[in-house]
Design a protein around this ligand. Structure first.
Ligand SMILES: [Zn+2]
Length: 201
């Protein structure tokens, strides 16, 4: 495990324009930088990098985050891998400490819940975009309120079908464990307690 002080140093050292500039041709626009998004196909740039905030954001597909998040997403790395990559880039020495069994378990849990949250966001979006009832009820509703499809995707809106436990059953069938379903709050004891707008955050 990389200790917190080192993580802070890496994040402080990582210049987001330099980090992203290694992979994407950035153009300066005002105080920010702009490019065509590396995460979705587009012809007009909606990918913005803010050096002052240390953040990137794509207004097309909704992806955003800091330098570490960019490296994770773009290079398909885990959080520690991305930190080590940035540490190498900025000449920061990284001492790793062995995790205790308890810490390993906690990290595994956190990772499982993150994976599950992404799965859920995709699932609810599919229910809205790819089912008849989702399209007519939820998608029709959002479009009727003036939401464009790009906005709907950007905010990770989705549709939860009636009969409450549909998601839980789908997730269990896809191999997700019940303890994480309840741990993330995605499945509750009350099955009719259902979310219509699910944020992928
Ligand atoms: Zn994008």
């Amino acid at each position: 495990m990389i200790d917190k002080a080192t993580v802070d140093r890496i994040i402080a050292a990582a210049n987001i324009v330099e980090v992203i500039g290694d992979f994407v041709q950035l153009r300066k626009k005002g105080v920010n930088y702009q490019a065509c998004c590396p995460f979705h196909n587009e012809k007009t740039p909606s990918f913005v990098v803010s050096p002052s905030k240390g953040f990137f954001k794509c207004f097309g597909c909704g992806k955003g985050g800091n330098a570490v998040g960019f490296v994770m997403e773009h290079e398909n790395m885990t959080y520690p891998e991305a930190l080590k990559y940035l540490a190498r880039k900025y000449g920061i020495e990284v001492h790793e400490r062995e995790l205790s069994a308890e810490e390993t378990r906690r990290n595994d849990n956190r990772e499982s819940m993150m994976v599950l949250s992404h799965y859920a966001a995709d699932w609810f979006a599919d229910q809205m975009f790819k089912t008849d009832v989702g399209q007519s009820l939820a998608l029709g509703y959002f479009r009727g309120r003036g939401f464009t499809d790009a906005t709907i995707k950007r905010f990770g809106l989705g549709y939860c079908p009636e009969g409450g436990d549909t998601f839980t059953r789908a997730a269990l069938a896809d191999g997700y464990q019940e303890e994480f379903l309840t741990g993330t709050g995605l499945s509750g004891k009350r099955d009719d307690d259902c979310t219509t707008g699910f944020s992928a955050g």
